[in-house]
Design a protein around this ligand. Structure first.
Ligand SMILES: NC(=O)c1ccc[n+]([C@@H]2O[C@H](COP(=O)([O-])OP(=O)(O)OC[C@H]3O[C@@H](n4cnc5c(N)ncnc54)[C@H](OP(=O)(O)O)[C@@H]3O)[C@@H](O)[C@H]2O)c1
Length: 254
């Protein structure tokens, strides 16, 4: 029997692929046969990851893209098609959290930036890939990296949490709207993952203890723990899964 979990002949775009969870997803996809298009704002970090993937025998292309810009995410999808001829999988992963503090005190610029990158970017990238897939009459998989912050009350990260709840909502509606085209749309809700993004949380003993007290597995995730779920959702192992939010949190939300 053919293995279910592989991405041979697939082209995947991964945003936020220069480090952390996105880098791990890109490496995992490449090692399972996908040609990967890596996107983030700074080309240097992307080029380093792409070179390392190619050194390991994979195929990777780096493209600078500010995912809060509709023009830039649409140009990203065009560049991916120009380079590899098509796109089959999109992982919306790049996100931002510029403000840490009580929701009542957030300023408008931080609000706008959080929504722009975390929701607008996810939507317009998804729309561009879905339009491309429908024009080809091809099935596809969209994987949105959300967060348990979208499922829980999240003091000190309230607006970030709102954007993640919005991603979960968008995932459900687009799954309904795109299902007949064979395009699956799913979300992953990670708990605490050991990346630069979570550095302010993992370096704070009180916050770390608070989360670990509630986490069944009593450890912080590594990026590869999230990449495994992204691989499942992108591959044929996820063929009947759409509109779902896969919680990968070591049991935090139990
Ligand atoms: N770490 C956690 O505990 C945790 C928990 C739940 C959910 N998540 C989610 O996981 C995802 C990845 O986070 P991470 O922890 O892996 O973060 P990370 O290590 O800080 O990586 C963030 C990535 O996003 C890119 N990026 C940031 N802003 C961008 C923008 N405006 N346009 C394009 N790229 C941008 C960064 O590259 P450049 O600087 O080059 O742009 C980098 O590649 C996010 O959606 C986050 O909300 C993380």
């Amino acid at each position: 029997m053919e293995p279910l979990i592989h991405l041979r002949d697939k082209v995947a775009i991964v945003t936020g692929a220069s480090r952390g969870i996105g880098e791990s997803i890109a490496r995992t996809f490449a090692s399972h046969g996908a040609k990967v298009v890596l996107a983030s704002r700074k080309i240097e970090g992307l080029e380093a990851v792409a070179a390392s993937i190619r050194k390991d025998g994979g195929d990777a292309f780096a493209k600078a893209c500010h995912t809060g810009s509709r023009d830039q995410v649409e140009a990203l999808v065009e560049a991916a098609v120009a380079r590899f001829g098509k796109v089959d999988v999109l992982v919306n992963n790049a996100a931002t959290n510029p403000y840490f503090g009580p929701m009542m005190s957030i300023d408008e610029a931080a609000w706008d930036k959080t929504f722009e990158v975390n929701t607008k970017g996810y939507f317009f990238a998804t729309r561009a890939v879905a339009q491309h897939l429908m024009a080809r009459g091809a099935p596809g998989s969209i994987v949105n990296v959300a967060s348990v912050a979208g499922l829980l009350a999240m003091p000190l990260q309230g607006v970030y949490a709102m954007t993640k709840a919005a991603v979960i909502s968008m995932t459900k509606t687009l799954a309904m709207e795109l299902g007949t085209a064979g395009i699956r749309v799913n979300a992953i809700a990670p708990g605490l993952v050991d990346t630069k993004f979570a550095g302010a949380l993992t370096a704070n003993p009180e916050i770390l203890q608070f989360v670990m007290d509630r986490t069944a597995l009593k450890k912080v995730a590594q990026p590869i723990d999230i990449a495994g779920m992204a691989l499942l959702l992108a591959s044929d192992a996820g063929a009947y899964t759409t509109g779902a939010t896969m919680v990968v949190d070591g049991g935090w939300t139990l």
